[in-house]
Design a protein around this ligand. Structure first.
Ligand SMILES: *[C@@H]1O[C@H](CO)[C@@H](O)[C@H](O)[C@H]1NC(C)=O
Ligand SMILES: *[C@@H]1O[C@H](CO)[C@@H](O)[C@H](O)[C@H]1NC(C)=O
Ligand SMILES: *[C@@H]1O[C@H](CO)[C@@H](O)[C@H](O)[C@H]1NC(C)=O
Length: 141
């Protein structure tokens, strides 16, 4: 299955919202050098308790308008939770290397976190959360 098709289907099936901000890093509007890895930290609203449990995330880098395909636009795939908050919500934190985007990363982009989870009753669910950033071709800070 082609990734670009997958993501288009995901977006079409999810009522996604910029307002639901649980991407801790990067922050909206953050300027990121394409020459260094950046910290991606996502905190779910899911405790992993009785009702819903978070399974994994994908990280997608796309044009600001979410158009696809985008070379190297899936730098992180199927990342399992890396920790939990004090209240038991799953946390995903990793470094993302935008260099994989073969130079086309530079500009205003959207980073999307696609979260796969088990919903109440065991049905699979997914959320997509966005953060707009600007990639620049400057030496790492
Ligand atoms: C979205 O971005 C692509 C690539 O930059 C561009 O070709 C396309 O025209 C844009 N579409 C809209 C609606 O802005
Ligand atoms: C990203 O930054 C957060 C907040 O400073 C930190 O807790 C986390 O460990 C960092 N992630 C990685 C992968 O180093
Ligand atoms: C990128 O976003 C910044 C901040 O919103 C804006 O000032 C700038 O004009 C944008 N650049 C392009 C190429 O769209």
């Amino acid at each position: 299955m082609k990734f670009s098709t997958t993501f288009a289907v995901l977006l079409a099936s999810v009522a996604a919202s910029f307002a639901q901000q649980v991407i801790v890093s990067p922050t909206p509007g953050q300027v990121i050098s394409v020459n260094s890895a950046f910290n991606l930290t996502y905190v779910t609203q899911r405790s992993g308790g009785f009702e819903e449990s978070s399974i994994s995330i994908d990280v997608v880098i796309s044009d600001i308008n979410l158009s696809f395909p985008f070379p190297g636009g899936l730098p992180i795939h199927d990342l399992a939770p890396t920790g939990t908050t004090a209240d038991g919500s799953s946390v995903y934190s990793t470094f993302v290397n935008p260099v994989v985007l073969d130079g086309s990363a530079v500009g205003n982009r959207t980073i999307s976190v696609v979260e796969y989870f088990n919903a109440a009753g065991g049905n699979p669910g997914l959320d997509v959360v966005f953060v707009p950033v600007t990639f620049v071709d400057t030496p790492p800070a």
